[in-house]
Each structure stands twice: as C-alpha cells, then as structure tokens.
Design a protein around this ligand. Sequence first.
Ligand SMILES: Cc1ncc(C[n+]2csc(CCOP(=O)(O)OP(=O)(O)O)c2C)c(N)n1
Ligand SMILES: [Mg+2]
Length: 652
Amino acid sequence: MTETKDLATLSVNAIRFLAIDAVEKAKSGHPGMPMAMAPLAYLLYREVLRHNPLDPAWPNRDRFVLSAGHGSMLLYAVLHLTGYDLPLEELKRFRQWGSKTPGHPEYGHTPGVEVTTGPLGQGIATAVGMALAERKLAAEFNRPGHVVVDHYTYVLASDGDLMEGVSGEASSLAGTWGLSKLIVFWDDNRISIDGSTDLAFTEDVLARYRAYGWHTLRVEDANDLNALRHAIKLAKLDERPSLIAVRSHIGYGSPKQDSHKAHGEPLGPEAVEATRKNLGWPYPPFEVPEEVYRHMDMRKRGKALQEAWERAMEAYAKAFPDLYEELSRRLKGELPSLPEEPPAFDKPIATRAASGKALDAIAPKMPELLGGSADLTPSNNTQAQGMADYSRENPLGRYLHFGVREHAMGAILNGLNLHGGYRAYGGTFLVFSDYMRPAVRLAALMGTPTVFVYTHDSIALGEDGPTHQPVEHLMSLRAMPNLWVIRPADAYETFYAWQVALRRKEGPTALILTRQAVPLLPPEKAKGLLKGGYVLEDAEEPEGVIVATGSEVHLALKAKALLQEKGRRVRVVSLPSLELFAAQPEAYRKEVLPPGLPTVVVEAGASLGWERYAHKVVGLDRFGASAPYPEVYERLGFTPERVAEALLSLLV
Ligand SMILES: Cc1ncc(C[n+]2csc(CCOP(=O)(O)OP(=O)(O)O)c2C)c(N)n1
Ligand SMILES: [Mg+2]
C-alpha cells in the first residue's frame, strides 16, 4: 500500500502517527482531532504560514492559534517536523512532568506556541486581538513601498470553540472591525465529547458567521489538500474575516473514526494496529521516514523569509529612521520614558476619575497604549484625552469599544499584548470581572501584562444594589496566581498603581477603583504604593495597627483619630496590593507590620484570607443592598467607631 504514497500523504500520516504514538505512550491525550486535521496542519506549516522555526519570535511571522488546544499533539508534531526546537524526545514525553509537550499548548513553554489554549473559545477570541494588532500596527507603520507589518492570523477551532459564547462575542467584533487577515478553520466533525453535535449544536454556524460580517466557505473533505488551498486563496482575497468549515472525520482512519470515543483517550493497541493497516503506515512508534523530515524541514525557507523581511526593515530604516526606531522599540516591548510624578490634585476625587487623569498624562507619552471598555467608558474613565476611537475606517484610533462583551474584551486584550507592539488595557465594573475571569486567568497563566481596570469596587457604589456591588471579587482575584491586584486609596496611589501596572512585564494587573470620591493622601506617602503597602500614619511605639485598602484607608484614619482621643497609639497601614507587598523583603514587611502587634484589617469585601495579617477583620460576608451609598456603607458596618472598637477589643 505504501509504495505509491506521495510525500504529502506520507507527511500527513507522519503527523497522524506522531499524535497516535505520543498519546499511546502517555496513556492520555486526544488523538482524534490531530488524525483528522493532519492535512490542514501539513498544508499550513509547509506551504501557507510564513514562519521561521529558527526564530519563533520573528515579529512579522504569521500567527497560528490552535484554539482547540486538546489537539495539542497536532501542533507539537508539525513544530517538530518543520524544525522547531522540539526534538522527538519531547514528543515521547508528551504530558509528562517537565516536558516541552504539556497536555494543552502553553505560551512561553514550547517554542512556536503563540498562546495558551485549552479552555475552549479562548484561542479564537485571543486571535481576534492578534489580528487587530496586526491591522493597527500596519496602519501605523507601513508606508507606500515599505510594507513591514504584514501577516495573517490563522486559527483552528473545534465545535466546542464555536459553541462557547466568547467566540461569538469576539467574532462579532472581528466582523465589525473588518479583520480581513483573520482566517479561521472550523473542524466540522459533528462530534463533541457527549456524542453527536445534534445533541446541542444545531444552528447554521456559517449563516451565523455571515451575520457577524464574515466571509464563509466550505471544504467538503479535510483530506483534500487542493480544496483547502483553494479555500485559503479565496479567504485571503476577501475583505472580511473568513471562516472555513472543514468537514472532517474525528479519528480518521481508525476503527473509532466518527465516534466521540476518538476524542480524548488513547486508541488502544488493537485500534492502533488497525489504523496502521488502514492508512498503510508500516513504521514502528515514533519512527518518521527521513524523506518526511527532508520534505517538511522549513528552516531554510523560514530563514529566507525572515531575511527578506529584515532587508525590508533595513530599507525602511533608511527611508523612515524615526518610524523604524519607534517600531523597533515597540516590538521589543521597551517602555518609553513615562511621567514619574503624579498630576496635582486639590480635592477629593474618585480613584476611577484619578485613573482617567493618570491616563491623560501617560497616553501622549506612550503611543503603544491602547484602551477600551465593555460599554462603560464614561463610568470606567478609560478613554484618555486624545485617544480617538478605533474603527474599520480609522485603524489608527487607540480606543476600543468592545460593546457589552467583557469576556471577549479580556481575551482580545490578551491577544493585543501577546502580539507585540501594543500595551492594552480595558475596563468594566469589578463585579463583572466574573464575566471575563477565564481570560484574566489565562493572562496570569501566560504571564501576559494585560491591565484590567475594574471600577465601582465595593458596596459604596450605592443605589445599583447587590447585583452590582462586588463582595467576594477582591479576594477571589487575589487568589489567582500571578495576578497583581491593586486597590489604591486615593488619586496619588492611583497614579503610582498605573506605573506599577505598565512597568510589569511578567503578568497582568487588576486596578480596583472607586466610584465615589475619596480624600487625598500626602503624595509623598502615597508613593509607598510602589511597595504594595506602607505606614501611612504612625504613633510613637504603636500598640496596634489598622490595615486598610482603597476607600477604607480613610475609614482607618478616622478610627485612628478616635482612638488617639482615647490616648491610644495606633499605626495605619495602607496595603493596596498584597502581591506587591509580599514581593518585598521580609525585613520591610516586618517593619510595616511588626509581628505580634494587634492588627485589624478593614476592607469592604469578603474577609476570607485576611487572617494572614489580621487578628480581627472588619469585612463584608454578605451581599450588599440598594440605597444611597453613605447609608449602605454605614449600615453594613463601615464606620470609624466599629473599626476603632475592633482594635480596642484586641488591646489590653
Ligand atoms: C471551556 C471548556 N469547557 C470544557 C472543556 C472540556 N472539553 C475539552 S474538548 C471538549 C469538546 C470536544 O468537542 P469538540 O470541541 O468538537 O472537539 P473534538 O472532539 O471534535 O476534537 C470539551 C467539552 C474545555 N476544554 N473548555
Ligand atoms: Mg468536534
């Protein structure tokens, strides 16, 4: 059977069997999707994608996002075969501790993986951000005769990806934004884990995408390379984003073909043997014929592509030296010099408004800063002065209207930041962080420096009532590894919080901001925010400490004044960021919070977790209520008297 097989078929089968063998060896994984989509992966990585295995970070490479991350072996197989630094040994250690081939693709872990995927829907939504970054960067930097930003963003999505709401949110925006260089392949295999997609996924998906403003195509047979080539050609010609439905057969070639049994478990030795026979693959596990390696080695081609781009950049540097400098800086992710000192404030101001002022000061100095909001721009104060709206017609605009789509906003912000060339932030109410949590989590996992602006940070938002009043959100965000949560107490702390967030490269930051006006702190004290926590007011030989965050810092100051009248010596610590504080040397932390000193924490949020520092917590372990905010705040116990009593009860 094998003699007549051409190199393409041989290579496609090599991808299939690398996936089959790796899953068998790991005794875990998802063989079905790679077996079906191997022809597409072959075509993309060998003919279509402009990529360089020798430099996976080459800025102008085409992006490929495997949204259906469970099919990770598909990606690992083509990365290995085309010459990325992913040796066969790593494929043999699929899903094992310390390997470069984790169960789902992880950004920053495996060369050639563009984004962490696995939670369905996230990959395609993140890819919308990448395609947007390309479009914006091209508009900003390309000049006639000098095209230096020019790449496509390809996505492979499964049924599950297109079932998830976030993909619909993001695809709707991609249509509105006219992201013509976004090309999504839908693995239309009519199977998901529970069985046939007839169970729960019966809409006309292509009609839905056409309604989003997409161009849609069909390829009737996933094995038909020419049909795939033709569809990709048409997709490139169209001005809309394209969705190509590729009719495929999960577990292709195996006895489990077209069954959900091929989705997420090893085929088993018998089925593997049968598949070897069916597909005419005589090789033992993990053996790939030399001619396949030769046929699929993309290193030379990739190097040539990148060198051509580098030559274009050299010409660009001569013709437009300033633009070249700027583009190079931005692609390297180097910050420009940002304002060091906060703007002056003269009266109480909500930290959300102060955040707007900070952005007004920073945005003109930082052209890579992109802002946005999920339809709460006037409330979030996220549109800095001079930030024009982005639109299909005005790709230079730096402000993104996401509509009421928090989840897509989160993923798209991540995509913009992963792409390079931009630093993106977006706002909504803190309570709706729940609507985008999966994207926040992926930013934290990937170490992507997205800034999430969460305003209306407590019950002190008042009349909108308990549906809008966050309670558990602060602590639940703090529970997320690698997310920095900063809840500044005043306008000056807010300015410094932005400095921290924008300087951070290793992960995302959530800025938690008040709706209501709060008094000003001494600016030189507020700079203590840079250490996460600091002594705001002290007493000689303090007997006890009141720790607070955000608006409750002012309550703590009032409680201190009450206690002082009673002759008590109290320290007040502002602790806007637990993560930043935890990162300080132990000596500093002990200086601020001396062990053993009776400590009360006050925060208008769930008390869970504050035991770390507090002997007593004045927190909120119930839902809020709808009423004018001073009354809600007071009735739920946020009074100077209660805080003072809490500390008094600890003092002897
Ligand atoms: C948000 C999310 N929910 C659930 C899962 C678990 N899961 C993994 S794959 C899958 C569905 C599989 O069907 P499909 O997406 O069509 O992939 P195929 O089996 O066809 O490869 C599910 C529910 C997940 N990865 N992400
Ligand atoms: Mg499916």
